[in-house]
Ligand binder design. Sequence first.
Ligand code: ARG
Length: 561
Amino acid sequence: MNVIQMYAEALSKQLQAVLSFEEVIKLIEKPKFQEQGDLAFPCFALAKHLRKSPAVIAQEMAPLIQDSLFEKVVAEGPYVNCFLNKQEISKYILQTILAKESNYGSHSFGQGATITIDFSSPNIAKPFSMGHLRSTVIGNSLAKIVEKCGYQPLRINHLGDWGTQFGKLIVAYKLWGNDEAVRKNPITELLQLYVRFHDEAQTNPQLEAEARMWFKLLEEGNEEALNLWRWFREESLKEFSRIYSLLDVEFDSFNGEAFYNDKMETTVELLNKKNLLTPSQGAKVVDLSEQNLPPCLIKKSDGATLYATRDVTAAIYRQDNYHFAKAIYVVGHEQSLHFKQIFLVLEKMGYQWANDMVHVPFGFILKDGKKMSTRKGKIVLLENVMKEAIELAKQNIEQKNPSLDNKDEISKMVGLGAIIFHDLKNERLNNIEFSLEEMLKFEGTTGPYVQYTHARGCSILRKAKVSGEITNGLSDSQSWSVVKLLMDFPATIQRSMQQYEPSVIAKYVIELSQEFNKYYSHVKVLHVDEEMNDRIALVRSVTIVLKEGLRLLGVKAPEEM
Ligand code: ARG
Protein backbone atom coordinates (compact mmCIF):
# COMPACT_ATOMS: atom_id res chain seq x y z
CA MET A 1 0.00 0.00 0.00
CA ASN A 2 1.33 3.47 -0.77
CA VAL A 3 0.76 6.52 1.41
CA ILE A 4 -2.06 7.87 -0.74
CA GLN A 5 -3.90 4.62 -0.24
CA MET A 6 -3.18 4.71 3.48
CA TYR A 7 -4.49 8.23 3.79
CA ALA A 8 -7.49 7.38 1.64
CA GLU A 9 -8.26 4.42 3.85
CA ALA A 10 -8.19 6.53 7.01
CA LEU A 11 -10.37 9.16 5.35
CA SER A 12 -12.89 6.79 3.86
CA LYS A 13 -13.45 5.14 7.23
CA GLN A 14 -14.97 8.46 8.27
CA LEU A 15 -16.80 8.94 5.00
CA GLN A 16 -18.27 5.50 4.45
CA ALA A 17 -21.76 6.66 3.61
CA VAL A 18 -20.62 9.47 1.33
CA LEU A 19 -17.56 8.58 -0.71
CA SER A 20 -15.97 5.28 -1.61
CA PHE A 21 -12.30 4.47 -1.11
CA GLU A 22 -11.68 4.86 -4.85
CA GLU A 23 -13.41 8.21 -4.95
CA VAL A 24 -11.33 9.45 -2.04
CA ILE A 25 -8.10 8.32 -3.74
CA LYS A 26 -8.95 10.35 -6.81
CA LEU A 27 -9.51 13.47 -4.73
CA ILE A 28 -6.25 13.39 -2.77
CA GLU A 29 -3.73 15.99 -3.93
CA LYS A 30 -0.21 17.08 -3.16
CA PRO A 31 -0.33 20.46 -1.36
CA LYS A 32 1.24 23.38 -3.20
CA PHE A 33 3.71 24.22 -0.44
CA GLN A 34 5.73 21.84 1.65
CA GLU A 35 4.68 23.69 4.84
CA GLN A 36 1.12 22.57 4.17
CA GLY A 37 1.97 18.93 4.60
CA ASP A 38 2.49 15.92 2.32
CA LEU A 39 -1.07 15.14 1.25
CA ALA A 40 -4.23 17.20 1.00
CA PHE A 41 -7.86 16.17 0.86
CA PRO A 42 -10.24 18.82 -0.52
CA CYS A 43 -13.73 18.84 1.01
CA PHE A 44 -15.61 20.60 -1.80
CA ALA A 45 -17.20 17.42 -3.09
CA LEU A 46 -18.60 16.71 0.37
CA ALA A 47 -20.32 20.06 0.86
CA LYS A 48 -23.42 19.12 -1.07
CA HIS A 49 -23.87 15.74 0.64
CA LEU A 50 -23.24 16.98 4.16
CA ARG A 51 -24.89 20.40 3.72
CA LYS A 52 -22.01 22.17 5.39
CA SER A 53 -19.29 24.43 4.08
CA PRO A 54 -16.06 22.68 3.02
CA ALA A 55 -14.13 24.55 5.70
CA VAL A 56 -16.44 23.37 8.45
CA ILE A 57 -16.22 19.80 7.19
CA ALA A 58 -12.42 19.98 7.19
CA GLN A 59 -12.46 21.32 10.76
CA GLU A 60 -14.65 18.47 11.93
CA MET A 61 -12.84 15.72 10.06
CA ALA A 62 -9.20 16.51 10.78
CA PRO A 63 -9.20 15.39 14.45
CA LEU A 64 -10.85 12.09 13.49
CA ILE A 65 -8.11 11.01 11.12
CA GLN A 66 -5.42 9.37 13.15
CA ASP A 67 -2.80 6.78 12.50
CA SER A 68 0.71 6.13 13.67
CA LEU A 69 1.84 6.75 10.10
CA PHE A 70 0.60 10.34 10.23
CA GLU A 71 2.48 12.87 12.28
CA LYS A 72 -0.51 15.21 12.34
CA VAL A 73 -3.65 15.86 10.36
CA VAL A 74 -4.89 19.46 10.33
CA ALA A 75 -7.59 21.50 8.66
CA GLU A 76 -6.46 24.34 6.47
CA GLY A 77 -9.40 26.15 4.93
CA PRO A 78 -11.38 23.63 2.87
CA TYR A 79 -8.55 21.04 3.02
CA VAL A 80 -7.67 18.27 5.41
CA ASN A 81 -3.88 18.23 5.27
CA CYS A 82 -1.77 15.34 6.31
CA PHE A 83 1.81 15.45 7.54
CA LEU A 84 3.32 12.03 7.23
CA ASN A 85 5.35 10.48 9.99
CA LYS A 86 8.67 10.15 8.17
CA GLN A 87 10.16 7.79 10.67
CA GLU A 88 7.25 5.35 10.66
CA ILE A 89 6.70 5.46 6.93
CA SER A 90 10.33 5.03 6.00
CA LYS A 91 10.49 2.12 8.41
CA TYR A 92 7.45 0.55 6.81
CA ILE A 93 8.71 1.11 3.22
CA LEU A 94 12.26 -0.03 3.84
CA GLN A 95 11.09 -3.12 5.67
CA THR A 96 8.73 -3.94 2.85
CA ILE A 97 11.44 -3.62 0.20
CA LEU A 98 13.98 -5.63 2.17
CA ALA A 99 11.44 -8.38 2.72
CA LYS A 100 10.11 -8.51 -0.83
CA GLU A 101 13.37 -7.77 -2.63
CA SER A 102 12.86 -8.03 -6.39
CA ASN A 103 9.16 -8.75 -5.81
CA TYR A 104 8.67 -5.25 -4.50
CA GLY A 105 6.38 -3.39 -6.90
CA SER A 106 4.67 -6.53 -8.21
CA HIS A 107 0.93 -6.45 -8.76
CA SER A 108 -1.62 -9.19 -9.09
CA PHE A 109 -4.36 -7.39 -11.00
CA GLY A 110 -3.41 -9.23 -14.19
CA GLN A 111 -4.84 -12.39 -12.58
CA GLY A 112 -2.79 -14.63 -14.81
CA ALA A 113 -4.61 -13.58 -17.98
CA THR A 114 -2.63 -13.89 -21.20
CA ILE A 115 -1.37 -10.89 -23.11
CA THR A 116 0.14 -11.64 -26.49
CA ILE A 117 2.91 -9.26 -27.47
CA ASP A 118 3.71 -9.16 -31.16
CA PHE A 119 7.12 -7.52 -31.37
CA SER A 120 10.43 -7.34 -33.19
CA SER A 121 9.07 -9.22 -36.24
CA PRO A 122 11.85 -8.44 -38.73
CA ASN A 123 11.63 -9.34 -42.40
CA ILE A 124 13.77 -12.25 -43.46
CA ALA A 125 16.41 -11.78 -46.16
CA LYS A 126 16.66 -8.16 -45.09
CA PRO A 127 18.84 -6.48 -42.50
CA PHE A 128 17.47 -6.09 -39.01
CA SER A 129 16.55 -2.42 -39.11
CA MET A 130 16.66 0.29 -36.46
CA GLY A 131 12.85 0.20 -36.43
CA HIS A 132 12.97 -3.48 -35.57
CA LEU A 133 15.46 -2.71 -32.83
CA ARG A 134 12.96 -0.27 -31.31
CA SER A 135 10.17 -2.81 -31.53
CA THR A 136 12.41 -5.45 -29.94
CA VAL A 137 13.47 -3.28 -27.06
CA ILE A 138 10.03 -1.82 -26.32
CA GLY A 139 8.24 -5.16 -26.72
CA ASN A 140 10.73 -6.97 -24.51
CA SER A 141 10.25 -4.39 -21.78
CA LEU A 142 6.46 -4.47 -22.08
CA ALA A 143 6.52 -8.25 -21.69
CA LYS A 144 8.37 -7.87 -18.40
CA ILE A 145 6.09 -5.07 -17.25
CA VAL A 146 2.86 -6.96 -17.90
CA GLU A 147 4.36 -9.98 -16.16
CA LYS A 148 5.17 -7.80 -13.15
CA CYS A 149 1.50 -6.83 -13.11
CA GLY A 150 0.37 -10.42 -12.88
CA TYR A 151 -0.35 -11.15 -16.53
CA GLN A 152 1.11 -14.00 -18.51
CA PRO A 153 3.00 -12.53 -21.47
CA LEU A 154 3.20 -14.51 -24.70
CA ARG A 155 6.02 -13.20 -26.86
CA ILE A 156 5.41 -13.58 -30.56
CA ASN A 157 7.89 -12.86 -33.32
CA HIS A 158 5.62 -12.40 -36.33
CA LEU A 159 8.45 -12.84 -38.81
CA GLY A 160 8.02 -11.19 -42.19
CA ASP A 161 8.68 -14.43 -44.02
CA TRP A 162 5.94 -14.45 -46.63
CA GLY A 163 4.83 -12.20 -49.44
CA THR A 164 5.47 -11.28 -53.06
CA GLN A 165 9.04 -10.22 -52.26
CA PHE A 166 10.00 -13.88 -51.97
CA GLY A 167 8.91 -14.40 -55.54
CA LYS A 168 11.36 -11.66 -56.49
CA LEU A 169 14.11 -13.13 -54.39
CA ILE A 170 13.70 -16.57 -55.90
CA VAL A 171 13.88 -15.15 -59.42
CA ALA A 172 16.94 -13.08 -58.53
CA TYR A 173 18.66 -16.00 -56.87
CA LYS A 174 18.00 -18.31 -59.81
CA LEU A 175 19.40 -15.71 -62.20
CA TRP A 176 22.39 -14.28 -60.35
CA GLY A 177 22.68 -16.05 -57.02
CA ASN A 178 25.68 -17.83 -55.61
CA ASP A 179 25.26 -20.57 -53.06
CA GLU A 180 28.47 -20.00 -51.20
CA ALA A 181 28.15 -16.24 -51.04
CA VAL A 182 24.70 -16.51 -49.50
CA ARG A 183 25.91 -18.99 -46.94
CA LYS A 184 28.79 -16.73 -45.97
CA ASN A 185 26.89 -13.47 -45.76
CA PRO A 186 23.22 -14.28 -46.01
CA ILE A 187 21.60 -10.95 -45.27
CA THR A 188 23.97 -8.76 -47.26
CA GLU A 189 23.96 -11.14 -50.19
CA LEU A 190 20.19 -11.60 -50.29
CA LEU A 191 19.66 -7.87 -49.95
CA GLN A 192 21.95 -7.28 -52.91
CA LEU A 193 20.00 -9.78 -54.98
CA TYR A 194 16.80 -8.02 -54.04
CA VAL A 195 18.20 -4.60 -54.94
CA ARG A 196 19.51 -5.93 -58.25
CA PHE A 197 16.10 -7.36 -59.03
CA HIS A 198 14.54 -3.93 -58.66
CA ASP A 199 17.20 -2.27 -60.78
CA GLU A 200 16.88 -4.76 -63.60
CA ALA A 201 13.10 -4.90 -63.42
CA GLN A 202 12.96 -1.25 -64.42
CA THR A 203 14.16 -2.11 -67.89
CA ASN A 204 12.84 -5.67 -67.95
CA PRO A 205 9.20 -5.78 -66.83
CA GLN A 206 9.12 -9.51 -67.61
CA LEU A 207 10.94 -10.05 -64.30
CA GLU A 208 7.98 -8.81 -62.29
CA ALA A 209 5.66 -11.28 -64.01
CA GLU A 210 8.08 -14.09 -63.24
CA ALA A 211 8.30 -13.04 -59.62
CA ARG A 212 4.51 -13.11 -59.32
CA MET A 213 4.51 -16.57 -60.77
CA TRP A 214 7.13 -17.81 -58.32
CA PHE A 215 5.27 -16.42 -55.35
CA LYS A 216 2.17 -18.15 -56.63
CA LEU A 217 4.13 -21.39 -56.88
CA LEU A 218 5.37 -20.85 -53.35
CA GLU A 219 1.85 -20.35 -52.04
CA GLU A 220 0.80 -23.52 -53.86
CA GLY A 221 3.59 -25.50 -52.20
CA ASN A 222 5.98 -25.99 -55.10
CA GLU A 223 9.03 -27.94 -53.84
CA GLU A 224 11.76 -25.92 -55.49
CA ALA A 225 10.25 -22.63 -54.35
CA LEU A 226 9.69 -23.93 -50.84
CA ASN A 227 13.25 -25.25 -50.51
CA LEU A 228 14.78 -21.94 -51.50
CA TRP A 229 12.44 -20.06 -49.21
CA ARG A 230 13.23 -22.36 -46.29
CA TRP A 231 16.90 -21.85 -46.81
CA PHE A 232 16.61 -18.05 -46.96
CA ARG A 233 14.56 -18.14 -43.78
CA GLU A 234 16.98 -20.34 -41.89
CA GLU A 235 20.01 -18.30 -42.82
CA SER A 236 18.24 -15.09 -41.83
CA LEU A 237 17.12 -16.53 -38.51
CA LYS A 238 20.70 -17.46 -37.70
CA GLU A 239 21.66 -13.81 -38.01
CA PHE A 240 18.68 -12.55 -36.04
CA SER A 241 19.34 -15.05 -33.26
CA ARG A 242 22.75 -13.53 -32.68
CA ILE A 243 21.13 -10.15 -32.13
CA TYR A 244 18.49 -11.59 -29.80
CA SER A 245 21.02 -13.45 -27.72
CA LEU A 246 23.19 -10.33 -27.37
CA LEU A 247 20.13 -8.39 -26.20
CA ASP A 248 18.95 -11.34 -24.10
CA VAL A 249 15.52 -11.34 -25.71
CA GLU A 250 13.46 -14.49 -26.03
CA PHE A 251 10.25 -15.45 -27.81
CA ASP A 252 7.57 -18.01 -27.15
CA SER A 253 6.69 -18.25 -30.82
CA PHE A 254 8.36 -17.61 -34.14
CA ASN A 255 5.18 -18.21 -36.08
CA GLY A 256 5.58 -15.60 -38.76
CA GLU A 257 3.48 -14.71 -41.75
CA ALA A 258 4.21 -17.98 -43.55
CA PHE A 259 2.67 -19.93 -40.71
CA TYR A 260 -0.74 -18.64 -41.78
CA ASN A 261 -0.43 -19.73 -45.38
CA ASP A 262 -2.74 -22.72 -44.99
CA LYS A 263 -5.12 -20.86 -42.67
CA MET A 264 -5.99 -17.87 -44.82
CA GLU A 265 -8.50 -19.62 -47.01
CA THR A 266 -10.74 -20.13 -43.97
CA THR A 267 -10.53 -16.43 -43.22
CA VAL A 268 -11.48 -15.51 -46.77
CA GLU A 269 -14.42 -17.93 -46.65
CA LEU A 270 -15.56 -16.47 -43.34
CA LEU A 271 -15.39 -12.95 -44.71
CA ASN A 272 -17.34 -14.15 -47.71
CA LYS A 273 -20.04 -15.79 -45.61
CA LYS A 274 -20.46 -12.65 -43.59
CA ASN A 275 -20.87 -10.67 -46.82
CA LEU A 276 -17.92 -8.50 -46.03
CA LEU A 277 -15.95 -8.97 -49.26
CA THR A 278 -16.42 -6.47 -52.08
CA PRO A 279 -14.88 -6.96 -55.51
CA SER A 280 -12.67 -4.09 -56.58
CA GLN A 281 -10.90 -4.22 -59.96
CA GLY A 282 -10.59 -7.97 -59.72
CA ALA A 283 -9.28 -7.83 -56.15
CA LYS A 284 -11.27 -8.53 -52.99
CA VAL A 285 -11.50 -5.90 -50.28
CA VAL A 286 -13.39 -5.13 -47.08
CA ASP A 287 -15.06 -1.78 -47.51
CA LEU A 288 -14.36 0.58 -44.61
CA SER A 289 -15.72 3.77 -46.11
CA GLU A 290 -18.30 4.10 -43.33
CA GLN A 291 -15.37 4.55 -40.97
CA ASN A 292 -13.69 6.91 -43.40
CA LEU A 293 -10.84 4.52 -44.00
CA PRO A 294 -9.49 3.13 -47.26
CA PRO A 295 -10.63 -0.45 -48.01
CA CYS A 296 -8.67 -3.34 -46.50
CA LEU A 297 -7.17 -5.44 -49.30
CA ILE A 298 -7.70 -9.17 -48.68
CA LYS A 299 -6.88 -10.79 -52.01
CA LYS A 300 -5.11 -9.45 -55.07
CA SER A 301 -6.55 -9.91 -58.54
CA ASP A 302 -4.11 -12.81 -59.16
CA GLY A 303 -5.38 -14.54 -56.01
CA ALA A 304 -2.33 -13.72 -53.91
CA THR A 305 -2.87 -12.94 -50.23
CA LEU A 306 -1.55 -9.90 -48.46
CA TYR A 307 0.02 -8.68 -45.23
CA ALA A 308 -3.47 -7.75 -43.97
CA THR A 309 -4.91 -11.18 -44.80
CA ARG A 310 -2.21 -12.75 -42.69
CA ASP A 311 -2.72 -10.36 -39.79
CA VAL A 312 -6.49 -10.96 -39.67
CA THR A 313 -5.85 -14.71 -39.78
CA ALA A 314 -3.13 -14.50 -37.12
CA ALA A 315 -5.41 -12.59 -34.76
CA ILE A 316 -8.12 -15.23 -35.02
CA TYR A 317 -5.56 -17.99 -34.56
CA ARG A 318 -4.15 -16.31 -31.47
CA GLN A 319 -7.55 -15.79 -29.87
CA ASP A 320 -8.49 -19.43 -30.59
CA ASN A 321 -5.24 -20.83 -29.22
CA TYR A 322 -4.08 -18.43 -26.53
CA HIS A 323 -7.40 -16.85 -25.46
CA PHE A 324 -5.64 -13.54 -24.97
CA ALA A 325 -7.14 -10.89 -22.70
CA LYS A 326 -5.19 -8.37 -24.71
CA ALA A 327 -3.20 -8.50 -27.93
CA ILE A 328 -0.46 -5.90 -28.17
CA TYR A 329 1.33 -5.03 -31.43
CA VAL A 330 4.58 -3.14 -31.03
CA VAL A 331 5.02 -1.72 -34.52
CA GLY A 332 6.14 1.68 -35.84
CA HIS A 333 3.53 4.43 -36.13
CA GLU A 334 3.77 4.34 -39.92
CA GLN A 335 1.63 1.19 -39.75
CA SER A 336 -1.16 2.82 -37.75
CA LEU A 337 -3.59 2.73 -40.64
CA HIS A 338 -2.90 -0.96 -41.22
CA PHE A 339 -3.78 -1.84 -37.63
CA LYS A 340 -6.87 0.37 -37.61
CA GLN A 341 -8.07 -1.54 -40.67
CA ILE A 342 -7.27 -4.96 -39.21
CA PHE A 343 -9.02 -4.24 -35.92
CA LEU A 344 -12.07 -2.92 -37.77
CA VAL A 345 -12.28 -5.92 -40.05
CA LEU A 346 -12.24 -8.21 -37.01
CA GLU A 347 -14.92 -6.11 -35.37
CA LYS A 348 -17.07 -6.33 -38.50
CA MET A 349 -16.62 -10.08 -38.41
CA GLY A 350 -18.39 -9.95 -35.07
CA TYR A 351 -15.46 -10.68 -32.78
CA GLN A 352 -16.01 -9.02 -29.41
CA TRP A 353 -12.34 -9.39 -28.60
CA ALA A 354 -11.41 -7.01 -31.41
CA ASN A 355 -11.74 -4.36 -28.69
CA ASP A 356 -8.87 -5.96 -26.79
CA MET A 357 -6.36 -5.37 -29.55
CA VAL A 358 -3.88 -2.56 -29.08
CA HIS A 359 -1.40 -1.09 -31.51
CA VAL A 360 1.54 0.29 -29.53
CA PRO A 361 3.25 2.60 -32.03
CA PHE A 362 6.64 4.33 -31.78
CA GLY A 363 8.68 6.95 -33.64
CA PHE A 364 11.77 6.72 -35.84
CA ILE A 365 15.43 6.47 -34.97
CA LEU A 366 17.22 9.37 -36.60
CA LYS A 367 20.85 9.92 -37.44
CA ASP A 368 21.79 13.61 -37.68
CA GLY A 369 18.10 14.42 -37.86
CA LYS A 370 17.43 12.08 -40.78
CA LYS A 371 15.71 8.73 -40.87
CA MET A 372 18.16 5.85 -40.88
CA SER A 373 17.40 3.98 -44.04
CA THR A 374 18.45 0.54 -45.15
CA ARG A 375 17.52 1.10 -48.74
CA LYS A 376 19.91 1.82 -51.60
CA GLY A 377 22.48 -0.52 -50.09
CA LYS A 378 23.24 2.01 -47.36
CA ILE A 379 22.91 -0.52 -44.58
CA VAL A 380 23.80 0.11 -40.99
CA LEU A 381 24.26 -3.39 -39.66
CA LEU A 382 22.82 -3.47 -36.19
CA GLU A 383 25.23 -6.11 -35.01
CA ASN A 384 28.14 -3.82 -35.81
CA VAL A 385 26.51 -0.94 -34.00
CA MET A 386 26.07 -3.10 -30.92
CA LYS A 387 29.68 -4.26 -31.07
CA GLU A 388 30.82 -0.67 -31.33
CA ALA A 389 28.77 0.28 -28.26
CA ILE A 390 30.35 -2.55 -26.30
CA GLU A 391 33.81 -1.48 -27.44
CA LEU A 392 33.20 2.15 -26.43
CA ALA A 393 31.88 1.04 -23.05
CA LYS A 394 35.04 -0.97 -22.60
CA GLN A 395 37.22 2.05 -23.31
CA ASN A 396 35.25 4.04 -20.73
CA ILE A 397 35.66 1.35 -18.11
CA GLU A 398 39.34 0.92 -18.97
CA GLN A 399 39.77 4.61 -18.12
CA LYS A 400 37.63 4.79 -15.00
CA ASN A 401 38.25 1.46 -13.38
CA PRO A 402 41.27 -0.27 -14.93
CA SER A 403 41.52 -2.92 -12.23
CA LEU A 404 37.97 -4.20 -12.66
CA ASP A 405 37.48 -7.96 -13.04
CA ASN A 406 35.58 -9.45 -15.99
CA LYS A 407 35.66 -6.22 -18.01
CA ASP A 408 34.28 -7.97 -21.07
CA GLU A 409 31.13 -9.12 -19.39
CA ILE A 410 30.51 -5.72 -17.82
CA SER A 411 31.29 -3.77 -21.01
CA LYS A 412 28.61 -5.83 -22.67
CA MET A 413 26.07 -4.98 -19.98
CA VAL A 414 26.97 -1.30 -20.16
CA GLY A 415 27.22 -0.96 -23.96
CA LEU A 416 23.96 -2.74 -24.66
CA GLY A 417 22.30 -1.21 -21.62
CA ALA A 418 23.16 2.19 -23.04
CA ILE A 419 21.48 1.44 -26.37
CA ILE A 420 18.37 -0.01 -24.75
CA PHE A 421 18.01 2.73 -22.16
CA HIS A 422 18.47 5.46 -24.75
CA ASP A 423 15.60 3.97 -26.68
CA LEU A 424 13.29 3.68 -23.69
CA LYS A 425 13.89 6.89 -21.81
CA ASN A 426 11.70 9.06 -24.04
CA GLU A 427 8.03 8.58 -24.71
CA ARG A 428 7.94 5.98 -27.40
CA LEU A 429 6.18 8.10 -30.00
CA ASN A 430 9.05 10.59 -30.06
CA ASN A 431 11.72 10.17 -32.68
CA ILE A 432 15.10 9.49 -31.16
CA GLU A 433 18.49 10.65 -32.28
CA PHE A 434 21.01 7.85 -32.42
CA SER A 435 24.33 8.87 -30.94
CA LEU A 436 26.54 6.28 -29.32
CA GLU A 437 28.63 8.95 -27.62
CA GLU A 438 25.57 10.54 -26.05
CA MET A 439 24.04 7.32 -24.81
CA LEU A 440 27.27 5.98 -23.31
CA LYS A 441 27.95 8.95 -21.04
CA PHE A 442 28.27 8.10 -17.37
CA GLU A 443 26.57 11.36 -16.40
CA GLY A 444 23.21 12.71 -17.44
CA THR A 445 20.09 10.75 -18.25
CA THR A 446 21.72 7.59 -19.56
CA GLY A 447 21.65 3.87 -18.86
CA PRO A 448 25.28 3.84 -17.68
CA TYR A 449 24.44 6.62 -15.21
CA VAL A 450 21.73 4.51 -13.59
CA GLN A 451 23.94 1.41 -13.71
CA TYR A 452 26.76 3.38 -12.16
CA THR A 453 24.51 4.62 -9.36
CA HIS A 454 23.44 1.05 -8.66
CA ALA A 455 27.06 -0.13 -8.62
CA ARG A 456 27.95 2.71 -6.25
CA GLY A 457 25.20 1.54 -3.89
CA CYS A 458 26.53 -2.01 -4.09
CA SER A 459 30.01 -0.82 -3.27
CA ILE A 460 28.75 0.94 -0.12
CA LEU A 461 27.04 -2.28 0.91
CA ARG A 462 30.24 -4.22 0.37
CA LYS A 463 32.06 -1.84 2.68
CA ALA A 464 29.37 -1.89 5.36
CA LYS A 465 30.10 -4.21 8.26
CA VAL A 466 26.44 -4.69 9.14
CA SER A 467 23.70 -6.06 6.94
CA GLY A 468 21.21 -3.22 7.35
CA GLU A 469 18.34 -5.66 7.59
CA ILE A 470 16.79 -4.21 10.72
CA THR A 471 15.54 -0.70 10.42
CA ASN A 472 13.80 1.76 12.69
CA GLY A 473 13.17 4.26 9.97
CA LEU A 474 14.73 7.61 9.14
CA SER A 475 13.29 11.03 9.75
CA ASP A 476 15.73 13.47 8.13
CA SER A 477 14.66 15.34 5.02
CA GLN A 478 17.53 14.02 2.83
CA SER A 479 16.48 10.42 3.22
CA TRP A 480 12.80 11.36 3.01
CA SER A 481 13.20 12.48 -0.63
CA VAL A 482 14.62 9.07 -1.45
CA VAL A 483 12.01 7.16 0.57
CA LYS A 484 9.16 9.02 -1.11
CA LEU A 485 10.46 7.87 -4.50
CA LEU A 486 10.94 4.30 -3.32
CA MET A 487 7.35 4.37 -2.19
CA ASP A 488 6.25 5.40 -5.69
CA PHE A 489 7.73 2.37 -7.42
CA PRO A 490 4.62 0.12 -7.43
CA ALA A 491 2.38 2.90 -8.75
CA THR A 492 5.01 3.78 -11.37
CA ILE A 493 4.93 0.24 -12.70
CA GLN A 494 1.16 0.30 -12.86
CA ARG A 495 1.24 3.56 -14.81
CA SER A 496 3.77 2.26 -17.30
CA MET A 497 1.53 -0.78 -17.84
CA GLN A 498 -1.60 1.30 -18.35
CA GLN A 499 0.13 3.52 -20.87
CA TYR A 500 2.23 0.75 -22.45
CA GLU A 501 5.09 3.10 -21.81
CA PRO A 502 8.45 1.79 -20.54
CA SER A 503 9.69 5.41 -20.43
CA VAL A 504 7.66 5.90 -17.26
CA ILE A 505 9.99 3.43 -15.55
CA ALA A 506 13.12 4.78 -17.27
CA LYS A 507 12.34 8.29 -16.05
CA TYR A 508 11.68 6.93 -12.61
CA VAL A 509 15.04 5.16 -12.27
CA ILE A 510 16.78 8.33 -13.42
CA GLU A 511 15.00 10.37 -10.79
CA LEU A 512 15.74 7.82 -8.11
CA SER A 513 19.42 7.80 -9.15
CA GLN A 514 19.59 11.58 -8.98
CA GLU A 515 17.94 11.70 -5.57
CA PHE A 516 20.16 8.93 -4.28
CA ASN A 517 23.33 10.59 -5.53
CA LYS A 518 22.26 13.78 -3.79
CA TYR A 519 21.66 11.83 -0.61
CA TYR A 520 25.01 10.14 -0.89
CA SER A 521 26.88 13.41 -1.30
CA HIS A 522 25.17 14.98 1.74
CA VAL A 523 25.13 12.12 4.19
CA LYS A 524 27.89 9.90 5.52
CA VAL A 525 26.19 6.57 5.20
CA LEU A 526 28.82 4.55 7.01
CA HIS A 527 29.39 6.99 9.83
CA VAL A 528 28.96 4.96 13.00
CA ASP A 529 25.92 6.12 14.96
CA GLU A 530 22.52 4.75 15.93
CA GLU A 531 21.09 5.44 12.45
CA MET A 532 23.80 3.74 10.42
CA ASN A 533 21.82 0.55 10.07
CA ASP A 534 18.82 2.46 8.74
CA ARG A 535 20.94 4.30 6.21
CA ILE A 536 22.37 1.03 5.01
CA ALA A 537 18.84 -0.30 4.73
CA LEU A 538 18.05 2.71 2.57
CA VAL A 539 21.04 2.07 0.32
CA ARG A 540 20.11 -1.57 0.02
CA SER A 541 16.54 -0.65 -0.87
CA VAL A 542 17.73 1.74 -3.55
CA THR A 543 19.93 -0.93 -5.15
CA ILE A 544 17.03 -3.40 -5.10
CA VAL A 545 14.65 -0.96 -6.77
CA LEU A 546 17.17 0.30 -9.34
CA LYS A 547 18.09 -3.23 -10.31
CA GLU A 548 14.46 -4.25 -10.64
CA GLY A 549 13.59 -1.08 -12.57
CA LEU A 550 16.44 -1.73 -14.99
CA ARG A 551 15.43 -5.37 -15.32
CA LEU A 552 11.95 -4.30 -16.39
CA LEU A 553 13.58 -2.28 -19.16
CA GLY A 554 15.75 -5.19 -20.24
CA VAL A 555 18.94 -3.61 -18.87
CA LYS A 556 21.41 -5.46 -16.66
CA ALA A 557 22.73 -3.99 -13.43
CA PRO A 558 26.38 -4.95 -12.76
CA GLU A 559 27.51 -4.70 -9.15
CA GLU A 560 30.77 -3.11 -10.13
CA MET A 561 31.78 -1.05 -13.11
N1 ARG B 1 7.42 -7.52 -40.53
C1 ARG B 1 6.73 -6.26 -40.37
C2 ARG B 1 7.62 -5.11 -40.76
O1 ARG B 1 8.80 -5.21 -40.67
C3 ARG B 1 6.27 -6.04 -38.97
C4 ARG B 1 5.24 -7.02 -38.49
C5 ARG B 1 4.50 -6.52 -37.31
N2 ARG B 1 3.52 -7.44 -36.83
C6 ARG B 1 2.36 -7.70 -37.39
N3 ARG B 1 1.57 -8.60 -36.85
N4 ARG B 1 1.97 -7.10 -38.50
O2 ARG B 1 7.14 -4.07 -41.15
